[in-house]
Structures are given as structure tokens and as C-alpha cells.
Design a protein around this ligand. Structure first.
Ligand SMILES: O=c1[nH]cc([C@@H]2O[C@H](COP(=O)(O)O)[C@@H](O)[C@H]2O)c(=O)[nH]1
Length: 278
């Protein structure tokens, strides 16, 4: 092959393969060996976010939960890929030491949504990725499925504050399926669903007609679509990819009924707190 052609292909590969070294010899994204092997063998990989570790819970419960979630993914035959930015390097798949470091850093790690990624990387910082930033990196390395607790959404009174999570916009432009218990419990569910419709995001509830309310099974809002089995979910995700819709999917799985009693107590407390705050 002519040398100009070879150099052109090498250049193209640098653009197309995010894991290849940049001109400075620094990797853009570090994929753990386990995740990298699983991806190249076509095995199931599940992306996990890290803001829930740094900002969602105190240490050491955050570390215990992160390890437990990874163990559940493994028990179900998939490889977990927790995503975070460490010392300026976006990492896909964290070692136990890296998970522990992030858990201890807690809120000292920056809550990193899509808008923050460039600054955290450019300054060599530590960033815990939210749903939007995690989707961005998952999609970049070819992971189509991402599991989390609650995604961001439209805040109550969002019609005047314009406080709308970038998670919703990311779902509108990144083809990753997010499986969650709904949106964070403090948000406005019906406006969040309206906004997801505007963004063209497929929203499905798992084995129910209603969109769940994170701590409880029911929200009073009808889900636009329903899926009843893992096969239904796989079919939906595969169809979305094959049609090249380019948008994400939100699959909301309600809290298991054995936990919904304690969930109801929390939901009642949230409602009371909101009333008092008003
Ligand atoms: O208990 C929590 N769940 C989820 C989050 C994070 O909050 C993000 C949304 O934040 P915002 O509303 O600022 O976009 C989600 O993507 C998730 O990472 C959090 O901080 N705490």
C-alpha cells in the first residue's frame, strides 16, 4: 500500500477508535482489560454511572452499594463497566481500588454531566459521571445498555426555573438504553415524560402500564409503552439500533413489591417536606 494511504488510514483510525493513543501519546479513554475483552468478544456489558457513588450516598455505604451492584450484574452473566473520570482520564470499567478511591473522594469528585466533561479532562480532575456523561462514554465505546437508580428530569416548577436535567437531552441524542426505577423521586414526573416525548425518546415501563415513581410502583402517569420480558427489552433495543434512530431508550422498572412498603414511607416524607418547603 502506498505510504500516503497508510498514513491516511492511521489518521482515520485515530479519529474512529477512541482508545487509540492521541498525538500526545495519551489515551482518550481507558477501557479496563475485562471490559475491553468482553466488548471484543461480543459479550454482554452493562454500563454503570458514578455520581450515585460520589454524591448519592456517604462512605462506606456508597462503596458497598457499588460493589453489590457490580456483583448483581456479574451474577446475571454480564460484565459491569462503571464509568468515571480519574486524573483527567475517562475510565470505562473501574478496578476495586479505583472504585474505592472514588467512594472515598465522595463530593470532592466533581459531579460531571456532559457539559463538564471537557473541563474535567482538560484539568486532569476527578469526575463522577451523571447519566448524561455516562451515556456519552458508553456510546463512545459501544456499550448499548446502562443501568442506574433514578435519572434526572424536569424539576418541580421547571416551567419557571427551566431546571431540566441534561440526562433528558442526552437520551434524545445518544443511542443507549437506560434501565432505571424511573426518575429521581423529587422531580416532576409528568413534565419529565412530556419532555422525553419532545426529545423523541422511547419510554417503556417494565411489566406495568404506569411509569413508576422511584420509591413506589405507581405515579399516576401512564407509560407510553410497555415491555414484559427481557426478550421484549432486547427486541426493543435491537430495533432502535437497527433503525439507526440515534435516540436513547428509557426502560423504567418499578421498585420490587417487597420494598414498596418502605418506599411508600419515604415518598410520604418527601411529599410532606415539599409541602412544608412551599
Ligand atoms: O441519589 C441520586 N441519584 C442520582 C443522582 C445523579 O443526578 C443526576 C442528575 O442530576 P441533575 O438533575 O443535576 O441533572 C443523575 O444523572 C444521577 O447521576 C444523584 O446525584 N443522586
Amino acid at each position: 500500500m502506498a505510504s500516503w494511504a497508510l498514513s491516511r488510514i492511521t489518521n482515520l483510525q485515530k479519529h474512529l477508535n477512541p482508545t487509540s493513543p492521541t498525538s500526545k501519546g495519551k489515551e482518550i479513554v481507558k477501557i479496563s482489560q475485562e471490559v475491553s475483552e468482553a466488548l471484543s468478544l461480543g459479550k454482554a456489558v452493562v454500563a454503570l454511572e458514578s455520581t450515585i457513588i460520589s454524591h448519592g450516598m456517604p462512605y462506606p455505604q456508597n462503596l458497598e452499594t457499588a460493589k453489590e451492584v457490580e456483583a448483581i450484574v456479574r451474577r446475571n452473566g454480564a460484565i459491569p463497566a462503571t464509568i468515571a473520570i480519574l486524573d483527567g482520564t475517562p475510565c470505562v470499567g473501574l478496578s476495586l481500588e479505583e472504585l474505592e478511591r472514588l467512594a472515598i473522594l465522595g463530593k470532592k469528585a466533581r459531579k460531571t454531566a456532559r457539559r463538564d466533561i471537557a473541563h474535567v479532562v482538560a484539568t486532569g480532575g476527578n469526575g463522577a459521571t451523571t447519566v448524561s456523561a455516562t451515556m456519552f462514554f458508553a456510546s463512545m465505546v459501544g456499550i448499548p445498555i446502562f443501568v442506574t437508580g433514578g435519572i434526572g428530569g424536569v424539576h418541580r416548577h421547571g416551567e419557571s426555573t427551566m431546571d431540566i436535567s441534561s440526562d433528558l437531552i442526552e437520551l434524545g441524542r445518544t443511542p443507549v438504553a437506560v434501565i432505571s426505577a424511573g426518575v429521581k423521586s423529587i422531580l416532576d414526573i409528568s413534565r419529565t415524560l412530556e419532555y422525553l416525548e419532545t426529545q423523541g425518546v422511547c419510554v417503556a415501563a417494565y411489566r406495568t402500564n404506569e411509569f413508576p415513581a422511584f420509591f413506589t410502583e405507581k405515579s399516576g402517569c401512564k407509560a407510553p409503552s410497555r415491555v414484559d420480558s427481557p426478550e421484549d427489552c432486547a427486541q426493543l433495543i435491537d430495533t432502535n439500533i437497527n433503525l439507526k434512530l440515534g435516540t436513547g431508550i428509557l426502560i423504567a422498572a418499578p421498585i420490587p413489591s417487597e420494598h414498596s412498603a418502605s418506599g411508600s414511607i419515604i415518598e410520604l416524607a418527601i411529599q410532606r417536606a415539599l409541602k412544608e418547603a412551599r
